[in-house]
Design a protein around this ligand. Structure first.
Ligand code: TYD
Length: 139
């Protein structure tokens, strides 16, 4: 995949396994099964104050699966030409985000947890944090 030519239409909502029982629910995510990459890193956002926005960057190489493990929030994607907003509010759905997509996360509900499974370890060189720089990079 040509990283700078990716579009928001390459980003899809993946339906994960649902093991729903009277005693509670369980969802599994496995490398190369439910998701099209191997997970090297996992992190989660929580206690995001009401009205706060996260994200505000693009990645050059990183693939991610974003899950609302609890509560809800919006993920606003932008490939430089088209914008698409996904509301995440089901722990058994994950938003697959390809490289080269600007993302902003907002509308975090109280107590929400944003779980991110990532294809690479943390590398600050992989981030583009300036929107104009991102637009240049996409050209
Ligand atoms: P940042 O990427 O700005 O968070 P978000 O995009 O969700 O708003 O990361 C916040 C801080 O955490 C920043 O100083 C970098 C650090 N960080 C790590 O050290 N390792 C990681 O894996 C991530 C995702 C962030």
């Amino acid at each position: 995949m040509n990283k700078d030519k990716t579009t928001v239409y390459d980003c899809t909502m993946i339906e994960l396994s649902k093991n729903h029982r009277e005693k509670g629910n369980l969802t599994v995510v496995q490398n190369e099964k439910e998701i099209p990459f191997d997970v090297k890193r996992c992190y989660y956002l929580y206690d995001v104050p009401g009205g706060e926005e996260r994200g505000g960057h693009s990645h050059k190489q990183l693939k991610q699966l974003i899950i609302a493990a609890s509560g809800s929030f919006d993920v606003r994607l932008d490939d430089g030409q088209v914008k698409r907003t996904f509301t995440l509010n089901r722990p058994y759905q994950g938003l697959f985000v390809v490289p080269g997509i600007w993302r902003d996360l907002d509308n975090f509900s109280s107590g929400s947890v944003c779980l991110v499974l990532a294809s690479e370890v943390y590398q600050k060189e992989d981030y583009i944090r300036n929107y104009n720089e991102f637009l240049e990079w996409k050209k």
